[in-house]
Design a protein around this ligand. Structure first.
Ligand SMILES: N[C@@H](CCC[C@H](N)C(=O)O)C(=O)O
Length: 289
């Protein structure tokens, strides 16, 4: 008889997650257990894990409990902790609504990067207020390298760190089986997500990403926001100056996200969030790690 741990599987533009409902925060997961869950052969397979915990029941989220009822405990596929996951927060919010834990409409989710406000219609795309992008600099001197090739990169922080490089062709990034080298390494003491970007048309780009802790993924929500801001500034577009919102379409291997920067600097990301399966894990199997 399987002693079960309930799980669901979901994705946002094919950035895929194991969702673990754990309202009372009782499920302590080691990095090795998260890595096993995310293993595509020995486990369920995913780019990351979303543990769904009541904010009240998690020490990092308790201060936010009056505003946000639920905490997204996000882990990368290697078990490392990240501050924020843009595709993850859409899927997390879709799960809350689908499970009857939140009403369709506007809701607040606590993350390690702070509270994120999410608009979840009963059906269709989900919109997240991703907060402001920080451009911590240096403005020049950061480089991303793959083999012999290297490109200047832009440092954009969306709650988590990104290095954005404009390239001629997305194939220039190579197979991305290993992490691109980013220098100077001291700019990113906690590691970095790396985006490679090409133009597709007016206010329309495409990207590939190598994620810290997960490798190449089919999409990265925070990455698309970082790319939007880096591209807008390259294009001389700054909503804080013009007073007009700016919208960019960002294509990723797993689909398309639409990113709008408002004159107040807030960034909104809109895209799909899909829950596709539900089941029970063998708790003994997980405990053996
Ligand atoms: N896929 C995510 C980002 C997940 C975290 C990232 N790998 C990190 O370590 O910062 C997204 O959709 O934003």
């Amino acid at each position: 008889m399987v002693k079960g741990i309930r799980f669901l599987k979901g994705h946002g533009t094919e950035n895929d997650f194991v969702i673990l409902p754990d309202p009372d925060g009782l499920l302590e997961l080691s990095a090795a257990q998260v890595a096993l869950l995310c293993d595509r052969r020995a486990g369920l397979g995913a780019d990351g894990v979303l543990r769904v915990v009541r904010a009240e029941a998690h020490p990092e989220a308790k201060p936010h409990a009056a505003t946000a009822g639920w905490f997204m405990d996000y882990r990368n596929a290697d078990g490392s902790i990240a501050e924020m996951c843009g595709n993850g927060v859409r899927v997390f919010a879709r799960y809350l609504v689908q499970a009857g834990l939140a009403e369709p409409g506007d809701l607040a989710v606590a993350t390690r990067a702070g509270i994120r406000r999410v608009r979840v219609p009963a059906e269709g795309d989900v919109t997240v207020d991703m907060g402001r992008a920080l451009l911590p600099g240096p403005e020049t001197g950061i480089e991303v390298a793959v083999g012999e090739r290297h490109w200047p990169a832009h440092n954009v922080n969306m709650g988590n760190p990104h290095a954005v490089a404009f390239v001629e062709d997305l194939a220039d990034a190579g197979d991305l089986y290993t992490a691109p080298e980013v220098t100077p390494a001291a700019v990113y003491p906690e590691g970095v997500n790396v985006e490679f970007v090409v133009d597709r048309g007016p206010r329309h780009v495409a990207m590939r990403v190598h994620e810290r802790g997960s490798g190449e993924t089919r999409s990265c929500g925070t990455g698309t926001c970082a790319v939007m801001v880096a591209t807008a500034r390259r294009d001389g577009v700054d909503p804080a100056v013009t007073g007009e919102p700016a919208t960019y379409t960002v294509d990723v291997p797993g689909g398309r996200l639409v990113i709008t920067e408002r004159p107040d600097g807030g960034i909104e990301m809109t895209g799909p969030a899909v829950i596709l399966a539900e089941g029970e894990l063998d708790a003994d199997w997980l405990a053996r790690v």
